[in-house]
Design a binder for this molecule. Structure first.
Ligand code: ADP
Ligand code: MG
Length: 494
């Protein structure tokens, strides 16, 4: 077991009210035509510089649809807002806009010991936290491996295994007889009925257990825990995005948006209760509530067709769940390596790149590596990666520069699109200043992601002060903290 202390992440960026010294008015529209051109240009990646200028021009032309200008991004923002409004009103929309029923953030009075389960990320984890006056004074985590047979078996077997892990964990703490509130982070699409109940809509990622669709997963976990004689109450059911929001708000109360930028991507934010139509419990005393946007599926109804390229068509055709998770396929860690692969293969077909990379070789971590070298003006590692991906084909410095350019264009588009969503939320929230807590390896490790996001959010939501905050491990800690909020609210309830 590894004991971990809370990591108070520094703020990784502050908003800029002026962008590169360029003034934009309150609507994000530049003041004059000349400025309009400059504003548009601020979104474009730098040109590809090769000795062979004709080749560079042809490659840039081939990639032109992947370079989104300010006007296109404004249109994406407009569509996002329309879909968001429709989702909140329960009209047809590609955004689920799920009410999480989390009505408050930590207020610094949370007390006691709590457990959290985190299912749906790369690892399954069980976590213990102890709070005194809202401060985290102890934290223990244990990871468990879930074998494929369990991930693809029956739901009953999976949940019995989860309860066995909880039992093993509390025994290892010597606390098997203690009473706990538990937060269950279940990062799969759900229909929530209350803060502590919700049913699975469909499995995703590497899970496909039988007999669980439409079942209340919190109630099932509760039953399995009771059968083991454990005095543990499942108080909260949430996903990793909501967990990240709550964990971020625990570090800084200005945090009002939670974002995942890892294998997948999603966001949630504090919305005014009057704008949320779907309620299954009394909520007279609630002012704001966390709404889970589920933006990975943004565009699944075709509303983003105007940015779709043949590259995206091909990545989609190669994917496990075709014609779904449209937006995630533009921006998340699962796909950026694949996007670069498909672009290079297209260039190879046109004689602009010497070889076709093997499918599945280039990962998003390689994209980060190419971007890091591009920042430093190096090509050595890029060439090594390309040799792994392309086999014996002869590759030179100019080919490495082309690959770095492709990595840059793909990364830039991802940063722009996720920034559109965050900027739209900032504009809706109308708070003096909003912290955005972000969890996920793409955000954490990509050398340009944070800087790009700061720039593009500032451009798309001018006059809306914000800061980005790395909220590592928000999914586990956040659900334990939410269990603490729920326990506090239950105590204060009339
Ligand atoms: P999860 O989303 O499953 O909880 P992570 O947040 O760790 O887990 O995200 C994993 C994703 O991050 C993978 O898709 C992987 O491609 C991507 N990733 C891992 N390392 C890097 C890196 N150095 N740069 C960019 N992306 C990375
Ligand atoms: Mg995660």
């Amino acid at each position: 077991m590894s004991a971990a202390v809370e990591s108070h992440q520094p703020r990784v960026g502050l908003e800029e009210t002026r962008v590169n010294g360029h003034q934009v008015n309150g609507n994000g529209h530049p003041e004059t035509n000349g400025d309009a051109q400059r504003w548009e240009d601020l979104f474009l990646p730098p040109p590809l510089r090769l000795d062979d200028k004709i080749r560079a021009q042809k490659i840039e032309a081939r990639l032109s649809k992947l370079r989104l200008c300010g006007a296109t991004l404004r249109r994406v923002a407009q569509v996002f807002e329309e879909e968001l409004e429709a989702g909140l009103r329960q009209l047809p929309s590609s955004l689920q806009m799920e009410n999480t029923y989390v009505p408050e953030m930590p207020d610094g009075t949370e007390e006691g010991v709590f457990l959290a389960l985190d299912l749906g990320g790369t690892n399954f984890r069980v976590m213990f936290i102890e709070l005194e006056n809202g401060n985290l004074v102890r934290q223990d985590v244990k990871q468990y491996h879930i074998h494929e047979a369990l991930r693809l078996g029956t739901g009953e077997d999976l949940f019995n295994f989860l309860a066995d892990c909880v039992q093993d964990f509390v025994i290892s703490l010597g606390m098997e007889n203690a009473a706990f509130s538990l937060g269950f982070t279940f990062s799969f699409p759900m229909k929530q009925h209350s803060i502590s109940s919700g049913e699975l809509i469909t499995w995703t990622k590497s899970f496909n257990c039988s007999g669980l669709e439409g079942v209340d997963v919190a109630a099932l976990l509760q039953r399995c825990l009771r059968e083991r004689g454990l005095d543990i109450t499942v108080r909260v059911l949430l996903n990793d995005t909501t967990g990240t929001l709550v964990a971020g708000a625990h570090i800084d109360p200005e945090v009002g948006i939670g974002v995942i930028l890892g294998t997948g991507s999603n966001g949630c934010y504090m919305e005014k209760v009057s704008r949320v139509q779907h309620w299954e419990v009394a909520h007279e005393r609630v002012r704001d509530v966390a709404v889970d946007v589920e933006w990975g599926a943004f565009g699944d109804n075709g509303c983003l067709h105007f940015i779709r390229t043949e590259i995206d068509e091909e990545v989609d055709a190669r994917s496990l769940l075709q014609r779904s998770f449209t937006f995630e396929k533009y921006i998340s860690g699962k796909y950026l390596g694949e996007l670069v692969t498909v672009v290079l293969a297209t260039l190879a077909r046109d004689g602009l790149f010497p070889a076709t990379p093997k499918p599945g070789f280039l990962q998003t971590s390689h994209v980060s590596q190419m971007e890091a070298e591009n920042c430093e003006g190096e090509v050595k590692q890029t060439l090594e990666v390309l040799r792994g991906a392309c086999g014996a084909a002869p590759l030179g410095v100019s080919d490495a520069l082309v690959a770095q350019y492709v990595a840059h264009v793909i990364s830039n588009r991802a940063a722009q699109l996720v920034s559109v969503c965050i900027a739209t939320l900032l504009r809706r929230m109308e708070r003096p200043r909003v912290g955005v807590a972000v969890d996920g390896s793409l955000f954490k490790h990509h050398p340009r992601m944070q800087e790009h996001m700061r720039t593009y959010i500032s451009l798309l939501a001018p006059g809306r002060p914000f800061f980005l905050m790395g909220a590592e491990d928000g999914s586990g800690k956040g659900s334990a903290l939410t269990a603490a909020i729920a326990a506090r609210l239950a105590k204060g309830a009339p």
